[in-house]
Design a protein around this ligand. Structure first.
Ligand code: ATP
Ligand code: MG
Length: 230
């Protein structure tokens, strides 16, 4: 298993292809220090999701290795990897159940107080309390009664509760109003604190806050630096 980690992440000369002779990543090297936030940007098909797929070990590289704290992730159990690498996906996954169940998700031993605490920390508590039954409100599978921004905040609460050292965020492209945008940015700051994060970022506000921005094109890094440098 993966021991308690700091959260350093390295992609060491990664080559990856989904299909023979069609490389989706060509010689990618990235070094991330624990606690840093990385924004991955680039056109559709440039390789952003593929980088995330490798970090989650949905696939293994054809060449090179992905290291966490210097340990090759092929050498640890998937279970221990998943505990330390949290994923907040674009079309935030809401299942049929109460709001509380949706925040609690895999952490079945979380108490009500812990759930309220994370909801407050990410600015979700107020909208939850405005729902007919608060934390006991039933939501449907697709979360239809919730706005995109509300779903995003719920997924942040869920991620905060599970407390992974490394966090992956596939930001939603859907447009949201300025008020919600501000709430999300604030919540994001709370969520990212003390974690290494990889964000497939679409909003400029998110990109601006990243410690390092990696620009991909056709499976290669074409630019890298912070917002001022680029
Ligand atoms: P988007 O912004 O559209 O999400 P992306 O930057 O995430 O794009 P990737 O999904 O990483 O891009 O795709 C990189 C390349 O790999 C593309 O050429 C894509 O067609 C290819 N690809 C992605 N997933 C698969 C798959 N499951 N099978 C085969 N090829 C794939
Ligand atoms: Mg993608």
């Amino acid at each position: 298993p993966l021991p308690q980690i700091r959260g350093d992440v390295s992609f060491d000369n990664i080559v990856f292809e989904y299909e023979p002779d069609r490389p989706a990543l060509k010689n990618i090297s990235i070094n991330v220090k624990a606690g840093q936030s990385i924004a991955l940007v680039g056109h559709t098909g440039s390789g952003k999701s593929t980088i995330i797929n490798l970090l989650c070990r949905f696939y293994d590289p054809v060449q090179g290795s992905v290291l966490i704290d210097g340990i090759d992730i092929r050498d640890v159990t998937l279970d221990s990897l998943r505990k330390q690498v949290g994923l907040v996906m674009q079309d935030t996954f809401i299942f049929s159940g109460t709001i509380r169940d949706n925040i609690r998700y895999g952490k079945l031993d979380a108490t009500h107080d812990e759930i309220v605490q994370v909801a407050k920390a990410v600015n979700a508590h107020d909208f939850i309390m405005s729902l007919p039954d608060g934390y006991d409100t039933q939501v449907e599978e697709r979360g239809n009664m919730l706005s995109m921004g509300q779903r995003q905040l719920l997924s942040f609460a869920r991620a905060l509760l599970s407390n992974p050292k490394i966090l992956i965020l596939d930001e939603a492209t859907a447009s949201i109003d300025t008020d919600t945008e501000l709430k999300i940015q604030e919540a994001l700051k709370v969520l990212l604190k003390g974690r290494t994060s990889f964000m497939i970022a679409h909003r400029l506000s998110t990109i601006r806050h990243a410690d390092d921005i990696i620009v991909l094109d056709h499976g290669q890094i074409v630019e890298q630096g912070n917002h001022e440098q680029l």
